[in-house]
Every structure is written in C-alpha cells, then in structure tokens.
Design a protein around this ligand. Structure first.
Ligand SMILES: [Zn+2]
Ligand SMILES: [Zn+2]
Ligand SMILES: [Zn+2]
Ligand SMILES: [Zn+2]
Length: 400
C-alpha cells in the first residue's frame, strides 16, 4: 500500500533517503490510503507483489510458506481473506513486506468466539534476497547478472494454497493441507472422477473453477490516498454542505429525519458511528483503510465503527511476541469487503463485522523466513447507534 521512494532505488542515496524519511515522518500527518476491490486485469502473481483479497495466498517468500491455518473453533482450515503488500524502509529486512489475514468462513464459529477465527501473519524479505531481482524497473541494466535461486518449490494444497503436506494416496499428484481439503477436493472438486487421469485443458479449467468456489472470490486491492482521488471535489462539496447546515457539529449531518431524533432524547447516538459514516460515505466503495504509523510519529488511530467494543490496548493488543516491541494500528478491513467475497449475507451463520483492525509490530522486526503472527481486533456496528443504510456498493466501482 505504501511505496518506496524513488530516491531509495539507488543504493548510494539510501542513507540520505533514510534521513529524509525521518525528517518527513516526524512532521507530516499520516495520510490514510484507501483500498478498493477490483477484478484483476491480468492473473496476479507473487512477482508483481500484489495486494488482494480472496483466492489463494501468493507467497512473498516462495520457498517458505505457511503450513496450516486452522480455525480454533471448528478446527477446519481457514480461508485466505486478504494480503497487503506494504514495503517499509526500516529495517532493511522489511524492504518487501506482506501481511496476510485468514479467517474461518463459517459464521457460526465467529458467533461462538470470533477471537479464534482470525489469524494475521507478517512476512518480509530484504532487497537482496534469493527470489526477486534487487533492481527496480528504472535501473534495468543491472538485471543481467542476477539469477533467482533454484529450490524445490513447496507443494501447495490444491484447495487453499498453503503447504500441502498430504497427498492423494491413489495418484500422488495432488497435495492437501489437511484431510478436510482432501475430502473437499474428492467430492466437491471432482477429483473422484479425475484422479489418475490426464486432463485436457478444459477439464483443468473446470476443476480449478470448482476449487475456487471453496475459497473467497479473488479481487485485486488497488489503493489511492484518501481525499485526493477523483471524488475530491465531491468531498469538498459535502464538507461545505455539512458546515453550512450543521454548524460545527459534523456528526449531526448524518442524523436522519432530524426533528424526531433531536426531540427523542432517549435515542443513544453512537458518535463514533456517525463519524465513521461521514468519513466513509465520501468513498463508499472503500474496503481497506491503511494508516501506518510512520517512524517517530504518534500512533495512527483507526476509524472506529462504534463507541463500544474498542480493544483495551494493554490486554487486547499485546507487544510483539517476536521482539517485544509495541504493536501499532496498521490497517482496517471494512464490512464492504464482505460484498466481494462471494459469501451469502442472507444465511443465518454468514460472516459479518463492522470493521477488522490489524495491529503489527511497530519495528517490523526481522522475520527470518518465518511468519510472525500479528493481532486482529473485530468491532461490530452498535445496535443502539442510529440505523443508517451501510455502504453496500455494487460489485464494480461506478467510475471505472
Ligand atoms: Zn471455524
Ligand atoms: Zn488446504
Ligand atoms: Zn488422486
Ligand atoms: Zn517485533
């Protein structure tokens, strides 16, 4: 979601750029990057360092991948919810950095104990690594000498894309993370019919399509800074409107049918929710809000969807288990993402959340080919808040 500065592309300038980053970081206000879900224009690959939701995880470190990601309620494999490519300048090992979020797709598990239904992992690689050329596109003449490492690629689960440690006992051609996914492929994926057969291209496509129905639909996450996009003018107009009509109290702009509400003093207006609505309605299709705390800056605040159910920082956001550093807020996943996952909202046990908040090690401590687990907090919309229609956009952005 954030990009390396151009200055950083030349090694000789890197010290200067680090200093500059410190200077800029200390004085600037963190700009929230908004993420939007779109159909990928071409198949997404790890080499392109994508940010995406759904589909199979694309591993930043192709040699070392996650083994099993299991829901601690139903003990079935979790689904890949989102991965964000979030390169950092410090430390050097975080030059490439991807954060993966997984969740159980069964809403019943979330109702029992949502804290056991999410997992967040951080993966990092330095610029000099065995898998990706250290050159950027702008200095491609250095490319000639660089060769990627040859290694035995880990086997991927045919269903979910994490490490496949089990294999089909008959054909030994398909790999699975778990017995659960082996069974799912045998029945739903149609492997029962195709096991030990040589498949035509069409059959292969059919099978892939069936398997993808078992995971969340894949969308690319594209980002733009909040308040500077194509809707900028609209945003100004709306802020102007709310000033004119509501004086200094922004939140009142969102109270519908004002008279009845103001007269009824017993209505408990959730201020956080009103603030959330005001902010989000400017870009109603947003699915991600990315506000990384810059070096030495004050911690970024998420946009809460309610006054209730905020995490207690001391208890719910513990220090990094790997290095002991503080974890700070990095990004939030909005309820709008649910529209793009291909899951039903109607079913009683469907997935639901107001927002998911991801907190990560402030120091981006080295991961050493491992996956460092980070922290996720869930907040629901308050039932006592003013009930306004939540932003449920159509599947495509109108202006694309
Ligand atoms: Zn579960
Ligand atoms: Zn699997
Ligand atoms: Zn088989
Ligand atoms: Zn750490």
């Amino acid at each position: 979601m954030s990009r390396h500065s151009d200055v950083d592309d030349t090694a000789s300038d890197s010290d200067v750029s680090e200093l500059n980053n410190h200077d800029i970081g200390a004085s600037s206000i963190a700009v929230t990057q908004l993420g939007f879900a779109e159909d990928p224009e071409e198949p997404l690959t790890a080499e392109a360092f994508p940010s995406k939701s759904g589909g199979l995880p694309l591993w930043l470190n192709p040699e070392h991948i996650l083994q099993e990601v299991i829901c601690q309620v139903c003990e079935k494999p979790m689904n890949h919810l989102i991965q964000l490519y979030t390169p950092e300048d410090h430390p050097a090992e975080a030059y490439h950095r991807t954060v993966y979020v997984f969740c159980c797709k069964d809403g019943a598990c979330h109702k029992k104990n949502w804290k056991k239904c999410f997992k967040v992992f951080r993966s990092q690689l330095p610029r000099q690594n065995p898998y990706y050329s250290p050159s950027s596109e702008s200095d491609s003449e250095d490319d000639d000498s660089w060769e990627p490492k040859q290694f035995d690629a880990p086997r991927l689960c045919s269903i979910c894309g994490v490490q496949g440690t089990k294999t089909c006992g008959k054909c030994h051609n398909e790999y699975y993370c778990s017995r659960e996914h082996q069974l799912a492929d045998w029945t739903f994926g149609g492997h029962k019919q195709t096991c030990c057969q040589t498949l035509s291209e069409t059959q292969h496509k059919d099978i892939t399509a069936k398997r993808r129905q078992l995971v969340f639909a894949e969308k690319e996450i594209v980002s733009e800074p909040e308040g500077r996009g194509e809707d900028g003018e609209e945003e100004d107009a709306q802020q102007e409107f709310s000033k004119e009509h509501n004086g200094a109290t922004e939140s009142r702009a969102l109270v519908p049918a004002g008279d009845e509400i103001y007269e009824n003093t017993e209505v408990d207006v959730d201020q956080a929710f009103l603030k959330f609505q005001l902010r989000v309605q400017l870009y109603p299709e947003q699915v991600i809000r990315y506000t990384r705390t810059e070096y030495g800056q004050e911690d970024a605040e998420p946009l809460w969807v309610s006054d209730k159910g905020k995490p207690d920082p001391k208890v719910d956001v513990p220090a990094c288990a790997a290095c002991g550093a503080e974890r700070t807020f990095e990004f939030q996943i909005l309820s709008t993402l649910l529209n793009y996952l291909g899951v039903s909202h109607v079913a009683t046990d469907s997935l639901d959340w107001g927002s998911l908040y991801v907190y990560t090690c402030k120091d981006n401590c080295p991961t050493q080919s491992n996956y460092i687990e980070e922290v996720l907090w869930k907040q629901d919309f308050s039932e006592e808040g003013v009930q306004l229609p939540t932003a449920r956009p159509d599947a495509v952005r109108a202006n694309e």
